[in-house]
Design a protein. Structure first.
Length: 86
C-alpha cells in the first residue's frame, strides 16, 4: 500500500513538473514574438524627446503628421508656428 501511495505521489510530481515546463516554453515563445517587432520611436518637434509612436499624441499640421509627447507640447508647437507666421 505504501508503494502505491509513493507511486501516485511520484506521478503527481512528474505531471506538475511537465506542466510547468510546457507552460514556461509557451510563455517564452509569446515573449519572443512580442519582442521581435520593436515599436517605432518618433521625435517630438517641440521638446526633442523620443516616444513610441503608439503612445504619442498625433497632430496633422499643414498636411504633415507630427507626433508629440503631450498635449502641452502640441500647444507650444502650434503657438510657435503661429508666432513665426506673424
Amino acid at each position: 500500500m505504501l508503494r502505491f501511495i509513493l507511486f501516485i505521489l511520484f506521478l503527481l510530481l512528474l505531471f506538475r513538473s511537465l506542466h510547468f515546463l510546457v507552460k514556461e516554453i509557451f510563455t517564452q515563445k509569446k515573449r519572443l514574438n512580442s519582442e521581435s517587432e520593436p515599436e517605432e520611436l518618433v521625435q517630438d518637434p517641440c521638446c526633442q524627446t523620443y516616444i513610441p509612436a503608439g503612445t504619442a499624441v498625433r497632430k496633422k499640421v499643414a498636411g504633415r503628421n507630427y507626433y508629440f509627447c503631450s498635449k502641452d507640447c502640441v500647444r507650444k508647437f502650434l503657438a510657435e508656428k503661429k508666432s513665426r507666421k506673424s
